[in-house]
Design a protein around this ligand. Structure first.
Ligand code: BEZ
Length: 211
């Protein structure tokens, strides 16, 4: 059965480009982006992993560990990393899991047989430090993902985890956020001293609380 929001992300041990890891040990107390790609030495995947490496400092700032998965073997991953670094002008340091026995792919339902019987699709799981799945995304092989959007979602999730707020459509870091409906309007001033607006009784906004 596929994993859904709020489910516990299952643990696994895997061979990766940084050595063997236990997923829970490696990601302890961190946010996690676990994402799959169809295959090594393919063009869209090369740009995706390069972009992820370029954003390394942004993931670190957000206490987020990134792990990539494909069903290709470890020697293939090591060779391909050289191409990614060369063509995308970066340095891949995050682990790429060599999931030749498809253990991780099956655990996380990353093979969609009607898309491809053998290759992993472009799945993304964002997992909280509580090991709960906070976001899932699935893209087809032909569409590269937007990694700035993944960072934006992490920002939103971390705000929600730390404050009683949600983020509106197209929200970007620095813009006003929404006070969750569970907070009565009369309690807003004490909780959100930067001020608030009541646009409708159910739509209350406040400046982003953590800046
Ligand atoms: C790619 O990464 O470019 C790709 C992989 C599988 C199918 C189509 C494109």
């Amino acid at each position: 059965m596929s994993l859904r929001l709020g489910d516990t992300a299952p643990n696994f041990k895997a061979v990766t480009t940084i050595g063997e890891i236990d997923f829970y040990d490696y990601t302890e107390n961190s946010w996690v982006v676990l994402f799959s790609h169809p295959a090594d030495y393919t063009p869209v995947c090369t740009t995706e992993l390069g972009r992820t490496a370029q954003l390394n400092a942004e993931f670190e700032k957000r206490n987020t560990k990134v792990l990539a998965v494909s069903v290709d073997p470890i020697d293939s991953h090591h060779g391909w990393i050289k191409d990614i670094n060369e063509t995308q002008n970066t340095n891949v340091e995050f682990p790429i899991i060599a999931d030749a026995d498809r253990k991780v792919a099956e655990l996380y339902d990353m093979i969609h047989p009607n898309a491809s019987a053998t290759a992993t699709v472009r799945s993304v799981f964002i997992i909280g430090p509580d090991r709960k799945i906070k976001l899932t995304l699935t893209y087809p092989a032909s569409t590269g993902r937007n990694f700035l959007e993944i960072l934006r979602v992490i920002d939103s999730l971390q705000l929600t985890a730390d404050y009683s707020v949600a983020t509106p459509a197209d929200w970007e870091h620095g813009q006003d956020v929404i006070v969750v409906p569970a907070i009565p309007t009369e309690e807003i001033p004490a909780k959100f001293p930067k001020g608030h607006k009541v646009i409708k009784p159910y739509l209350r906004t406040t400046p982003q609380p953590n800046i």
